[in-house]
Design a protein around this ligand. Structure first.
Ligand SMILES: [Zn+2]
Length: 462
């Protein structure tokens, strides 16, 4: 179906995609698209190129072209936890899944708590990452002054996400006075994990009396329950409103929380934004019996009422974006009793196929997939020249066949951890080609490892 004038290894060449169905900014239309160097040069039905010049030609007939997903919440585990994952393996899985840019969390080893450590991660990614990248500055109980020095044009933001696993303090959202101090001083985007430790602890103790160490996994969302999410999210929103801060709430998992957000203000004026994650949209508490620890996430997968509520909030604009929270662990780390098994799972390779599956199930439109995974992410982070299919913008593009069923098996999983909660799932839609900064880095199972992703750039004021 796809004809290359040259083999994939010459990905640096200019590319023309003919006759693709483009999904962009609320419209679906047919067009050719010419990519020159890193950027989209022309979107038109009458593009003529000198046939003597060197370029790839991709036949986009029967394929849909979307802006590459910008995933604002991944844990690629490098440095320090590379037995689980690393920047090369997971960025490879990401581009095969149609993710062209990612923002990575600070709970690597050492934790990313100084600007010096942060820059070391950027240096690693420059050598290893196939996708565009940004790394969050880590926020703990003792480093808020260091976070004020974060370079807001070159760093996506400041977050505590994941750090509570290695710090005694627990989740930082549980310290309202400290949060007030940060919000009063910070002028960057702060993204937080919101759950109430005291409620979780109380619920854990109660169930421990009943089950000892062997609490069944279907009680995970009874322990990390709706109240634990709602109470903290409500408090964070109130504090952010008081100071006018730019607050982003990761992985909202309940209907009650989603209801707290504003859908009257246009997105580029919102000071408080929120996201849903693919696993909270796909799974519900009904899946614990079958999948157990494989779907143990924090915040927990919750009831079907909450799952439906998240879709509703995506549709009515209370939830702005969709992310993965890709957080791989080895299968050994996911095996054992409730307390022994770690929370989190791999997702970047299967997030877009799962979203397109939800399109086939009439839960989300194609236009909304592009909006929530690309346009809106670019807007809320004030990302420069990405997230849209526009002339002059970076060519971060994905061709997808909506009707080419394939099954997730051990053999086609690309994560270093080598498992997926989607194993044996048949997806109707398949990512065919992924273009990052104008380079065809993935096509039909073949990768070009040569071109590396770029560091994401942001507007200074957010
Ligand atoms: Zn989190």
């Amino acid at each position: 179906m796809i004809v290359y004038k040259e083999p994939l290894k010459n990905s640096k060449m200019n590319t023309i995609i003919r006759n693709a169905t483009i999904i962009n900014e609320g419209k679906i239309f047919n067009s050719d698209i010419f990519i020159k160097n890193e950027r989209i040069e022309k979107i038109s039905n009458s593009i003529s190129i000198d046939p003597q010049s060197n370029f790839h030609e991709i036949n986009g007939e029967n394929l849909h072209l979307i802006p590459g997903m910008i995933d604002d919440q991944v844990h690629f585990r490098e440095p320090g936890l590379t037995h689980k994952a690393d920047l090369f393996t997971e960025s490879k899985a990401a581009v095969a899944g149609g993710i062209t840019s990612f923002m990575d969390m600070p709970n690597t080893l050492p934790n990313t708590l100084t600007n010096e450590l942060l820059e070391q991660k950027y240096a690693l990614a420059a050598k290893k990452s196939l996708a565009n990248y940004s790394f969050f500055m880590g926020l703990t109980k003792d480093n808020w002054e260091e976070t004020l020095k974060t370079d807001t044009e070159n760093v996506c933001g400041v977050t505590d996400d994941g750090l509570y696993f290695s710090k005694e303090d627990g989740i930082i959202a549980n310290y309202p006075e400290y949060i007030e101090k940060i919000f009063a001083n910070s002028n960057t985007l702060i993204a937080l994990h919101s759950e109430n430790d005291a409620i979780i602890k109380r619920n854990t103790e109660k169930l421990k009396q009943e089950f000892n160490e062997d609490i069944p996994f279907e009680y995970h969302h009874i322990i990390r329950n709706e109240d634990a999410c709602y109470s903290t999210t409500k408090e964070l929103i109130n504090i952010a409103k008081k100071y006018g801060n730019r607050l982003h709430l990761f992985h909202i998992s309940t209907l009650a929380e989603a209801e707290l957000f504003d859908n009257k203000t246009t997105l580029n004026k919102k000071r408080i934004t929120a996201e849903a994650c693919v696993h909270h949209l796909w799974f519900s508490d009904q899946d614990y019996k079958k999948l157990g620890a494989k779907i143990k996430w924090n915040p927990a997968i919750k009831s079907e009422v909450n799952q439906k509520g998240l879709f509703e909030a995506l549709h009515n604009g209370k939830l702005d974006i969709i992310a993965t929270d890709h957080a791989p662990h080895t299968i050994e780390e996911k095996t054992g009793n409730y307390f022994k098994t770690l929370s989190g799972g791999p997702l970047v390779q299967h997030a877009l196929p799962a979203l397109f599956e939800m399109y086939h199930q009439n839960k989300i439109s194609l236009e909304m997939i592009a909006e929530k995974t690309a346009h809106n992410v670019a807007q809320i982070y004030k990302l420069k020249e990405r997230g849209y299919i526009r002339e002059g913008y970076f060519a971060d593009l994905v061709l997808v066949d909506l009707n080419l069923p394939w099954k997730v098996t051990k053999e086609n999983i690309l994560y270093k951890c080598d498992w997926s909660p989607f194993e044996e799932q048949v997806f109707q839609s398949k990512i065919i080609t992924t273009i990052v900064n104008g380079n065809v880095v993935y096509s039909n199972g073949v990768f070009d490892y040569t071109p590396k992703g770029m560091r994401l750039q942001f507007s200074k004021i957010r």
